[in-house]
Design a protein around this ligand. Structure first.
Ligand SMILES: Cc1cc2nc3c(=O)[nH]c(=O)nc-3n(C[C@H](O)[C@H](O)[C@H](O)COP(=O)(O)O)c2cc1C
Length: 235
């Protein structure tokens, strides 16, 4: 008979997962995230659902790698929904070399990838979020978010999430010159003051020199490790 001690530690993105699997594994019963069958490593044990995670992606090169945090979050028990900014949607639909396949992301998550507000008469297509990860976060979005602008679905969701007290992790991706603009420092301080966990600096994203971006060095694991560990309380 399989016991909890027999369950091998899960890993995320190929790296060892540091937590005790006993904290998030349970027997296969009751509610489970819709992609659990893809992520469970055993017939006997499945990942305990943590809730719904919104992955909000802005137009920076790591947007081509969204499958990495999606799979990692699913392994941690999150049901993941992807929301992209209109710029990401344009990259995905107009640039055949963008490497962003929105249909593949919808297939991976089981939810449509949203980039615009619904019409007033349309139903909500996504469940409400228990936590949000904004990554990659551009300097454009960090400044608009801190100013409370909500003229895109992505901004509307993350501005509202602050007031709803949802846990929010933000992992920037911008170069040292962009980061040097005084608005960026002020925006990061504003968001941190509002409770957003902005992973800027050592242990998170450290801005690179202009034209030296390496999307493969983007610290997705830092964002996944910062996600809340307990099932979120729903309203
Ligand atoms: C090829 C390319 C790479 C870019 N990389 C970045 C980046 O790493 N960080 C950033 O803040 N902006 C970057 N930008 C600029 C943003 O895409 C631009 O500011 C856009 O308006 C951001 O919109 P969004 O924040 O709504 O996604 C890049 C633009 C292009 C065309």
């Amino acid at each position: 008979m399989t016991t909890q001690d027999d369950v091998p530690p899960l890993d995320i993105c190929g790296l060892p997962y540091p937590h005790d699997p006993a904290r998030y594994c349970t027997r296969r019963s009751g509610h489970r995230p819709r992609h659990l069958h893809q992520t469970a490593r055993s017939e006997q044990w499945v990942v305990k659902p943590r809730g719904v995670l919104y992955l909000v992606a802005c137009a920076a090169p790591p947007a081509a790698d969204l499958a990495t945090p999606i799979r990692g979050a699913q392994e941690l028990g999150w049901d993941v929904c992807v929301i992209v900014t209109p710029s990401v949607h344009r990259w995905a639909t107009e640039d055949p070399d963008s490497g962003i396949d929105l249909d593949a992301l919808a297939e991976l998550t089981g939810y449509p990838v949203r980039h615009t507000y619904k019409l007033p008469s349309e139903p909500d297509l996504l469940p409400s979020p228990d936590a949000l990860l904004v990554a990659p976060m551009t300097n454009n979005t960090v400044n608009k978010w801190a100013a409370g602008v909500s003229d895109t679905l992505a901004l509307g969701l993350i501005t509202e999430a602050i007031g709803l007290d949802r846990p929010i992790i933000a992992l920037p991706h911008f170069n040292r010159a962009q980061a040097a603009h005084p608005a960026v420092n002020a925006s990061v301080a504003t968001l941190r003051g509002a409770g957003v966990n902005v992973l800027l600096g050592e242990g998170g994203f450290v801005p690179h020199e202009p034209r030296t971006s390496d999307r493969h060095a983007y610290p997705w694991l830092a964002a996944l490790a910062a996600l809340p560990t307990l099932p979120a309380e729903r309203d």
